[in-house]
Design a binder for this molecule. Structure first.
Ligand code: HDE
Length: 715
């Protein structure tokens, strides 16, 4: 895959050439290209260097003497290397980013005056960073975890950051608890184990001690926390923000991004294996999609509650552990986010990008959501220790609109501001604050009366209703996955108190679930529901609701297994059909040297070069597998344990499997499960998502791939 990425560099250059956004044009001033043949290595101060390999020494042909401290070039190279690292993010350390654009197809001028949400002629450049939360910078992509979804909109009125997640709620209600929840989830303090996992005593101890976390842990135990791709997950601002329109009317708002490709997940066994087999799976997936021109897109929506209706709900709309059910507050989709350009350099862009929830633009405001209020402090603060006081001057963080003020100096200040004064007001009356008419930010004049206390509103004390709502709204396979995930996680807790108490908590949500988990993990099996159920369901919670209107196989990776003697017609047919549908076919063979079709002379001019050999890859890295016929090819695969395992594993992971000719019998044999039914005509067997046909039928195969990926369980 890496070679593919490199091979696509030329294509990428083409993509970048046209239609540069204002942000990309701005970045160009700070960008140098190592592929420019005119470059010669210089020192950091511009002196061309003749040797960057050998330290200056007192030496001769037959005697190596000491290295000289005098060698500035050598010292500079080593010094620079010694200081390459900066602190990784305290959470969300592992991430991947991309550039793109945001466009509006409907103005939200009725609720906000923000240009980015009202001017339908604008194209706002964005940078989006996806991340996991718990793991370190080098941890695996496919772990069970919340995913960060942080978008920086470079608007004409300044940067607007939506620092969201792929799950719409959070573990805690008050920012002051953030260090606790993160400490509990991160590796335990004595042994620093486990890495990037919530499956340990401290995490689940915290969950029990904080009933408010119940709703969120149901989400993290669901398929949402093992996404198939960053391109196939939703993004949520989570916190409640506000919008203010030209008339000065204020509403509460939540921000939502819904992917065009639908919401899809791995099955847990797949995610576990990929974490070892290809820890960069999501990173590569995003890069490859953008590189090949398959730009990921999300619909952007808002849920709006007018100020006057703030108290009309049985939950507090400022409580980040609650969703706003769509039945009560419909999502109004008004825009589109597209990612269309990979970064040029990871460190200066993806690593140095810095988000702040407090970065908003006129027309958008905060609410008294206590989680948001604390976040507004934390992000600016953490950037100071991660990047230093002038982090806003780094190219990736710079707004595309002009910046001018009297904030000065500090380590590594870049911009040079001329003039006699550095304060306001001054005798020259220069650089005054803007008026509202000039686009100045005006805080909403909110009336606040109260007593100073550490309380939250009464409604913040109810923690279970929406956890149950979420669980009730899951399809049967999704419920089974939640049960299995809980059983897995609690199996990794060896402190009896932890897993026993957690099963008691589950019993407040769903007795049957609590009983099965308790049985699996060795806890006391509860006998009765300890909280009366409301049995309600809500729209938009099950991810099955997000299948795209027109199912698509685009960007899905299909492994085609062949060996010498394969059926060339079937092979070429399926490859062409998949490519035409935007899927990515990969040829996998016992070797990467040429493979010859039935009738082709070995060593002759024909043959195909496989993308990978069977030992180099695993079925987990592909969405689907196809095996064309050809007696000799199939016989070779049948005797190859890796090929047989490939098919079995793909079947176990609910992937669509296609075969033609002699390969049909091979597939049947490989996945022969008790009670499994094949149609004698060799047609599609719906219940198992297996296509068998005597001839290539790319269309039915295509549909089956979609069908099998949509159904999250069937074995
Ligand atoms: Fe964050 N969070 N967070 N968070 N968060 C950070 O900021 C924090 C929360 C989220 O790709 C940190 O730059 C507090 C909710 C994302 O660079 C830090 C609280 C949501 C990212 C921080 C929360 C998020 C961060 C660490 C509780 C979903 C990665 C590095 C009140 C809406 C952004 C950094 C990126 C990163 C603090 C809770 C999302 C320490 C105090 C809720 C996507 O400032």
């Amino acid at each position: 895959m890496a070679s593919q990425i490199l091979g696509n560099m030329a294509e990428k250059a083409k993509t970048m050439a046209g239609g540069q956004s204002t942000k990309i044009a701005q970045l160009a001033a700070d960008t140098k290209d190592v592929h420019d043949k005119n470059w010669r290595i210089t020192s950091d101060f511009g002196v061309k260097q003749t040797n960057t390999d050998d330290w200056l020494k007192v030496a001769s042909e037959d005697r190596t003497g000491p290295s000289l401290l005098e060698d500035h070039f050598a010292r500079e190279k080593i010094h620079r290397f010694d200081h390459e690292r900066i602190p990784e993010r305290v959470v969300h350390a592992r991430g991947s980013g991309a550039f793109g654009k945001f466009t509006l197809f409907e103005s939200a001028a009725d609720v906000t005056s923000a240009g980015v949400l009202t001017d339908t002629s604008r194209e706002t450049p964005v940078f989006l960073r996806f991340s996991t939360v718990l793991g370190s910078r080098g941890s695996a992509d496919t772990v069970r975890d919340v995913r960060g979804f942080a978008v920086k909109f470079y608007t004409e009125e300044g940067n607007w950051d939506v620092v969201g997640n792929n799950i719409p709620v959070f573990f805690i209600q008050d920012a002051m608890k953030f260090p606790d929840v993160i400490h509990a989830g991160k590796p335990e303090p004595d042994c620093e184990v486990p890495q990037a996992q919530s499956a340990h005593n401290n995490f689940w101890d915290f969950q029990y001690m904080h009933p408010e976390a119940t709703h969120m842990f149901f989400w993290t135990m669901s398929d949402r926390s093992i996404p198939r791709s960053y391109r196939m997950m939703q993004g949520f601002g989570v916190n409640t923000f506000t919008l203010t329109n030209d008339k000065g009317e204020r509403s509460f708002v939540k921000f939502i991004f819904t992917p065009e490709l639908g919401v899809h997940s791995f099955v847990w066994d797949e995610a576990l294996k990929i974490a070892g087999q290809d820890p960069d799976f999501h990173r590569k997936d995003l890069w490859m999609a953008i590189d090949s021109g398959a730009y990921p897109k999300w619909k952007f929506g808002i849920q709006v509650i007018p100020e006057a209706k703030e108290h009309d709900f049985d939950f507090d709309i400022l409580d980040a552990t609650k969703v706003w059910p769509e039945e009560l507050v419909p999502i109004r989709y008004i825009g589109q986010l597209e990612l269309n350009r990979n970064p040029d350099e990871f460190f200066t862009q993806t690593e140095q990008v810095a988000f702040c929830t407090s970065h908003i633009v006129p027309g958008i405001g905060f609410s008294n959501d206590p989680l948001l209020q604390g976040r507004n402090f934390s992000y600016q603060d953490t950037q100071l220790s991660r990047l230093g006081v002038n982090w806003q001057e780094l190219p990736i963080n710079k707004p595309v609109c002009p910046v001018m003020n009297f904030n000065r100096d500090g380590a590594m200040r870049h911009s040079i501001t001329k003039g006699k004064v550095n304060y306001w007001p001054n005798r020259f009356e220069t650089v005054p604050p803007a008026t509202a008419q000039e686009g100045g930010f005006v805080e909403f004049p909110e009336k606040v009366v109260g007593i100073k206390t550490r309380l939250q509103s009464k409604k913040f004390r109810e923690h279970k209703n929406q956890a149950e709502l979420f669980y009730n709204s899951m399809s049967e396979p999704e419920k089974r996955h939640i049960k299995d995930a809980l059983a897995f996680e609690l199996d990794h807790c060896d402190d009896e108190v932890v897993y026993k108490r957690l099963c008691e908590r589950l019993c407040e949500i769903d007795l049957e679930l609590a009983q099965s988990v308790a049985e699996m993990v060795g806890a006391d099996i509860p006998q009765e529901q300890t909280r009366p159920k409301h049995n309600k369901k809500a729209k938009g919670l099950s991810q099955l609701e997000y299948m795209p209107a027109t199912p698509t196989i685009a960007t899905r990776m299909v492994a085609i297994l062949i060996a010498d003697g394969y059926d060339q017609v079937a092979y070429n047919g399926i490859k062409a059909a998949l490519t035409a549908a935007g899927a990515l076919p990969f040829t996998i063979s016992p070797r990467r040297n040429k493979i010859y079709a039935d009738g082709e002379e070995k060593g002759g001019s024909g043959g195909v070069v496989a993308d990978h050999h069977l030992e180099g890859q695993r079925s987990t890295m592909y969405d689907s597998v196809f095996v064309p016929g050809g007696a000799k090819s199939v016989e070779t695969l049948r005797k190859n344990g890796r090929a047989v395992h490939w098919v079995r594993e793909a079947f176990g992971h609910l992937k669509a499997i296609g075969a033609t000719g002699e390969a049909v019998a091979f597939i049947r044999q490989a996945v022969d499960l008790p009670g499994m039914q094949f149609s004698t005509a060799g047609d599609v067997v719906d219940s198992y998502g297996v296509v068998t046909a005597s001839q290539v039928q790319p269309e039915s195969f295509k549909e089956t791939v979609q069908m099998a990926k949509g159904a999250t369980d069937f074995v």
